[in-house]
Design a protein around this ligand. Structure first.
Ligand SMILES: Cc1cc2nc3c(=O)[nH]c(=O)nc-3n(C[C@H](O)[C@H](O)[C@H](O)COP(=O)(O)OP(=O)(O)OC[C@H]3O[C@@H](n4cnc5c(N)ncnc54)[C@H](O)[C@@H]3O)c2cc1C
Length: 496
């Protein structure tokens, strides 16, 4: 299509639609007209509460005031996810956003830690991680140190529906047009198949040059209209259902998400300032809806504020995220269960990718291919990271966990696990949002023990190595005394 993009149409106004509208308006200003169409009759999916640290960059780019953002979205701080009963029942570990230890010389911390353990060190990997120490003590404050390895990276728990509303206000103020209406038909050019207009139930037509499909699990433009196929991943990740329920909040707000594994599936608990979010993710092949309901309700630790809402989903992705003049962002582009809180991040990275590859004098096929290749890689690396949690387990109490252990896994993941098991090494993949410290924590937490470590660690004598470990531990613990409780932080910070 050799035509400048003057008007962008966003179909759908959930978190994805409003994140896209707000950011692209901020970037392009009056040079690009943006119209967003949404239907209150259909509504939004209404779940999604946990995020990962890059959301801060997105908010900063939009110029959001963090205190106002926290108030508007009833947000709390997230330093980690605590995985309970995942390796075996009765045991837990954290995947924190911090970096355990500090890189010494040319090799990563785990090699030194593994050698030090061999020499008698008692501390776990997590004892060298400030995020973990704060989770255990319920503490938080914003800290910035000259060496980022001693910082405390964080994300948020928030109400994504409120986030969408907040961004809508900003986007409309900046000049985005919102149209209320039900899209009944998507009109295409007879020759090229490019989308020309969205026809609404009342007969109005919304025309545009480029369309973003943010219609959620429906995928109205990308799947239903353009017929882009869907790659299913239920042979790796069999969960296809969730029940979500809000409960009363506690007096003390944990600065982390809880992920509690059951005999089949797992349950989340996410603290917000006005309620807790809870839910169970499960596969109908192992747990029927009644069993899932009972498991969820029996394991709530405060009063339910509503009846659980059932959501069905297909794990996988559209084989193209961009096809013709339609870019799918949000749930329309694929679904990965919320185990590592990645959906909102995938929205963010889809928008940023589109911003970087935004067509100038028409859509180039090379641009579309580059966009799709990067999206594919990003989706697949997250998928692999999620599979790791299920596949490497030692639970023997149900068919579910035995099947997960025995299933075939993607080749790239096989190689990653083999490398770590044999050598203790982890290499980052370019488009993987989870860096080596994330993989390290989950691989160790799920019970994978490296047989070796890097030979460079032998350059340290036992005394030197134990002294270095002691110094890192002291440096990591130093900020703890000055930090307030998470609740004190929220109260003081959001009121100031
Ligand atoms: C159980 C569960 C838990 C989750 N937890 C997390 C989490 O912790 N962290 C995280 O990052 N993500 C999470 N997610 C994902 C998160 O909810 C979504 O990524 C996010 O809400 C974005 O959704 P969306 O905007 O793509 O779709 P939706 O919210 O479904 O929005 C779709 C929009 O399209 C509109 N629409 C659809 N059809 C039409 C039509 N014909 N005409 C007009 N308008 C139409 C709707 O009205 C709506 O405005 C979770 C998802 C599930 C299922």
């Amino acid at each position: 299509m050799q035509k400048a993009i003057k008007k962008l149409v966003i179909a759908g106004g959930g978190t994805a639609g409003w994140m896209a509208a707000a950011l692209l308006k901020k970037v392009f200003g009056d040079t690009l007209a943006i119209e967003l169409v949404e239907s209150e009759d259909i509504g939004i999916i209404g779940v999604g509460e946990a995020t990962i640290p890059p959301i801060q960059i997105f908010n900063q780019y939009l110029g959001l005031d963090e205190k106002e953002f926290l108030r508007e979205t009833h947000a709390t701080i997230k330093l980690a996810i605590k995985f309970e009963n995942w390796r075996v029942q009765g045991e837990s570990y954290y995947h924190t956003f911090g970096a355990p230890g500090a890189t010494l010389g040319v090799t990563n911390f785990q090699h030194y830690w593994l050698r030090a353990k061999e020499l008698g060190l008692k501390e776990s990997l997590w004892d060298f991680d400030l995020n973990y120490l704060c989770c255990e003590q319920g503490k938080f404050n914003k800290i910035k140190t000259p060496n980022p390895v001693y910082d405390m990276p964080y994300a948020y728990h928030f109400d994504s529906a409120l986030y969408g509303k907040y961004l809508r206000k900003l986007a409309e103020q900046a000049g985005v047009t919102r149209t209320e209406g039900l899209i009944e038909q998507v009109k295409q050019d007879a020759e090229t198949g490019f989308v020309k207009a969205l026809q609404l139930k009342d007969g109005r037509e919304i025309t545009g040059d480029l369309f973003i499909d943010c219609t959620g699990l429906r995928g109205l433009l990308i799947r239903k209209t353009l017929g882009v196929t869907y790659e299913h991943w239920d042979h790796y990740l069999p969960a296809n259902s969730a029940l979500a329920v809000p409960t009363e909040r506690f007096d003390t707000t944990l600065p982390y998400t809880r992920s509690i594994a059951h005999s089949a599936g797992w349950q989340w608990r996410i603290p917000l300032t006005h309620r807790n979010g809870n839910g169970i993710v499960y596969s109908s092949g192992y747990l029927n809806d009644d069993q899932a309901y009972q498991t969820l309700m029996n394991n709530l630790d405060s009063k339910a504020l509503a009846e659980p809402k059932k959501i069905s989903f297909e794990t996988g992705r559209t084989t193209k995220q961009w096809h013709k003049n339609v870019v799918a962002i949000g749930l329309s582009s694929g679904f990965l269960e919320p185990l590592e809180s990645t959906s909102i991040h995938l929205i963010q990275s889809g928008i940023v990718r589109l911003m970087k590859m935004f067509p100038n004098h028409g859509i180039s096929e090379a641009q579309v291919r580059a966009y799709n290749a990067e999206s594919k890689d990003e989706f697949e690396t997250i998928r692999d990271f999620i599979i790791l949690h299920y596949h490497v387990n030692e639970r023997d109490d149900s068919d579910f966990w035995r099947d997960m252990r025995q299933m075939a896994i993607p080749h790239r993941l096989q190689e990653k696990l083999a490398l770590f098991k044999e050598t203790g090494a982890i290499f980052n993949d370019a488009n993987d949002i989870f860096r080596d410290s994330s993989w390290l924590q989950v691989m160790l937490g799920q019970g994978l023990q490296p047989a070796d470590y890097h030979p460079a660690v032998r350059a340290y004598s036992k005394e030197q190595l134990l002294e270095v470990m002691q110094n890192i531990s002291t440096a990591k613990q130093q900020p703890l005394q000055k930090l307030t409780s998470h609740d004190e932080f929220l109260a003081l910070y959001t009121k100031s």
